[in-house]
Design a protein around this ligand. Structure first.
Ligand SMILES: *Cc1c(COP(=O)(O)O)cnc(C)c1O
Length: 251
C-alpha cells in the first residue's frame, strides 16, 4: 500500500501455490484507507468461497473454468453492488465484449451441476493431496486442505471446501518433473483447469520463461500443477501411483 493506492487486487487461492488471502483483513485495511477491493475467486468458485460476505467490493470469475465446467467455452463474470457494477456495464457496452448465444447456453447448462462438480473436485483434491504428501517421489505438496499448508487455518475459517487444484514439487529437477507428467495416463496436458476432465501442467516447461524469469515469478522447475477433474479418486490415485513408483525405479 502506497499513498496513491486506489485498489487492492488479489487472487485466492492463488495460482499455482494455492496461497489463501485473509479477506477480512484485506477488506478491513482497505476500508480504513478508502481503497477498493477486487478478488479473483476463480479457483474457489462461489461454492467454496463468497468474498462479498467477507467485505470484498468486487469479485471476478473466469467462467471458462469451473462455472462452465467442461472446457468448452470462454466467459467471465464480475459481481458486486449495483453502484460498482454500473460503470463496468457501461464500459462493456462501449467496448462490445459480450458472450455468444452458444457460450451463454453452455454456461447456463454447466452451472446446473456446479455444486455437484465442486463437491467432487473438493473430495478429489483432498484425497489426492493426502496421497501425494506421503509418497517418497514427491518433495512438497501445495494444497490448502493439508494441515502443512501455510494458510490452512485461514482456508478452514474462510472456505467451505479447498478445491480441485493440487500443486506438487517432484523430487529431482525439471527433466524429472517432465518425465512424471509424461508417465501420467489419465490427465490431459494443458494450461486450463476447472472442467470435468483432469488437466496437468508443469509451469516452468509450459511457459517459455528463462531461468531468471522463472525465479522472479517464484516458479520452481520441478513444480507440477494438477487440476483434478471429476473422475473417480481411486483411478486418479492409481494413475499417480504408477507414475511416481516408476520415477523411483528409474532413479
Ligand atoms: C483462467 C483464469 C483467468 C482468465 O480467464 P479466461 O476466461 O481464460 O480469460 C483469470 N483468473 C484465473 C484465476 C484463471 O484461472
Amino acid at each position: 500500500m502506497r499513498p496513491r493506492t486506489r485498489l487492492f487486487f488479489a487472487e485466492t487461492p492463488t495460482n499455482p501455490y494455492l496461497r489463501v488471502i485473509d479477506l477480512e483483513r484485506m477488506a478491513d485495511l482497505a476500508r480504513r484507507h478508502g481503497i477498493l477491493t477486487v478478488v479473483d475467486s476463480t479457483f474457489a468458485t462461489p461454492i467454496n468461497l463468497r468474498p462479498l460476505e467477507h467485505g470484498i467490493d468486487l469479485v471476478i470469475h473466469s467462467a471458462s473454468k469451473y462455472l462452465g465446467g467442461h472446457n468448452d467455452l470462454l466467459g467471465g463474470a464480475v459481481v458486486g453492488s449495483r453502484e460498482l457494477i454500473a460503470p463496468i456495464e457501461e464500459a462493456r457496452g462501449v467496448m462490445g465484449g459480450i458472450s455468444s448465444p452458444a457460450d451463454a447456453y453452455l454456461l447456463l447448462r454447466g452451472l446446473k451441476t456446479l455444486a455437484l462438480r465442486v463437491a467432487r473436485h473438493n473430495e478429489n483434491g483432498q484425497r489426492v493431496a493426502e496421497f501425494l504428501a506421503q509418497h517418497p517421489a514427491v518433495r512438497r505438496v501445495h494444497y490448502p486442505g493439508l494441515p502443512s499448508h501455510p494458510d490452512h487455518a485461514i482456508a478452514r475459517r474462510q472456505m467451505s471446501g479447498f478445491g480441485g487444484v493440487v500443486s506438487m514439487e517432484i523430487e529431482g529437477d525439471m527433466a524429472r518433473a517432465a518425465r512424471f507428467v509424461d508417465l501420467l495416463r489419465l490427465p490431459y496436458i494443458g494450461p486450463t483447469l476447472g472442467g470435468v476432465e483432469s488437466i496437468v501442467e508443469q509451469p516452468a516447461a509450459l511457459f517459455s520463461l528463462d531461468p531468471d524469469e522463472r525465479a522472479e515469478a517464484g516458479l520452481v522447475d520441478n513444480l507440477v500443477r494438477y487440476a483434478l477433474g471429476v473422475e473417480d479418486a481411486d483411478d486418479l490415485i492409481a494413475d499417480l501411483r504408477q507414475a511416481l513408483d516408476r520415477l523411483l525405479q528409474e532413479g
